[in-house]
Design a protein around this ligand. Sequence first.
Ligand SMILES: Cc1cc2nc3c(=O)[nH]c(=O)nc-3n(C[C@H](O)[C@H](O)[C@H](O)COP(=O)(O)OP(=O)(O)OC[C@H]3O[C@@H](n4cnc5c(N)ncnc54)[C@H](O)[C@@H]3O)c2cc1C
Length: 422
Amino acid sequence: MVEQNLNYDVVIIGGGAAGLMTSILLARQNSDLKIAIVDGAKRLGAKILISGGGRCNVTNRSVVAKDFNGGSRNVIKRVLKTFSAKATVEFFESIGVPLHEEQHGKLFPDSNKARHVLEALIREAESLRVCLMTGCRVENVEVDDDQFRISNSRGEIGSRAVVLATGGQSVPKTGSDGFGYALAKRLGHTIQPTFPALAPLLLNGNFHEQLSGISLDVELSLHTTNDKPKRFTGSMLWTHFGISGPVVLDLSRHWHAAKLTGADPVVRCSFLPKFDSQRMENEILVWADENPTGLLSKKLSQHLPRRFVDALLQELQISSEVTFSQFPKQQRRNLVRNLIERILPVTDSRGFRYAEATAGGIPLNEVEPTTMQSRACDNLFFVGEILDVDGRLGGFNFQWAWSSAAVAAQGLASLFAPSSNK
Ligand SMILES: Cc1cc2nc3c(=O)[nH]c(=O)nc-3n(C[C@H](O)[C@H](O)[C@H](O)COP(=O)(O)OP(=O)(O)OC[C@H]3O[C@@H](n4cnc5c(N)ncnc54)[C@H](O)[C@@H]3O)c2cc1C
């Protein structure tokens, strides 16, 4: 039921992870407050539903500030301390969603269903009498006499405080299309330039096409003109457009960041991360010593998928029938270069349509870290992905949503506390 033309104490714009959590934690602290969530989408929490491959990686066993990029690490640390991963586990347990741990410390609901996470959040918000308005896209927010006027596609509502929880701009069809930044700008904020994070990468040429579907454990390194190389290890998936998989997603925001600053990013890949070039070359010499008449392609296939070995040898014009005794030094060097430090010709990422997160947003130095309250506009708060913080893969982006929501809920609760004279 949409209750327009009403006045609320707190209106939360955006009913994703951060907005829902803010409403619940605030209502738990002050049940007298009239709280509403206003969302442009027909249904709340579209991103929760598609997260973690439909299983929702709610958080991680260990979450520290260096798992995040963007704004000040000290502020991030402080926010995480207010509502830690442990608090997240306890919270979800309290709303009937126990979590379990999987590889790399990732925590998922025991039911393995993202739907259960969303349903439990909505149930809890409703039981605390938070008014949930869907299909109400906010078009403007104005402040008039200490009162916010929130114009949306169905009318206008008033509120004493507003929380911007509109997310970033990744996967815009979920409802998070970046319009929240425009609202923030009108209320006096600046925006750190945004770019896709956790996005697959597009490659030039057609080497990748024949490898589509092959997954490899690799080390990727990002080289730029103004920084030390950044290294990422993990699984990489070849696709028809280029590369994807956890290691690629984690690197993507750094590639974009370097591109933005004109630092000329180059991505190198080691397909055998246990070896550096010298060790790889020695290893091939050992193989040759042990079995001079052995086939190079056969030996390499003991370490790498056969389809990848065949494609690489063909590209380097090395016969798959070549034996170690017939393998010239020049070709050996070229092979080692391509196995250990091959340049991947990245042209771009797949962009916001496919990115799991948004880098950039509202600068952290424009919010009060103890309350998430705006420093530019009284009684305005920010939570979640709209802020200039993006986490690596593994449940960190949701943890940022939960933690920043908890800080804002505390800030709002004290704003409306009887002793507060605001
Ligand atoms: C495919 C995918 C998988 C992911 N998997 C994971 C995962 O497993 N673990 C993890 O930690 N993170 C994951 N993420 C990232 C995570 O989903 C986000 O970081 C998180 O949802 C951000 O929460 P939020 O509440 O800040 O924003 P959002 O979830 O984006 O919610 C914003 C809400 O605001 C609404 N809105 C926007 N503009 C307006 C407006 N003008 N008026 C009214 N309403 C508006 C939108 O409709 C939306 O409901 C994934 C992301 C994607 C895209």
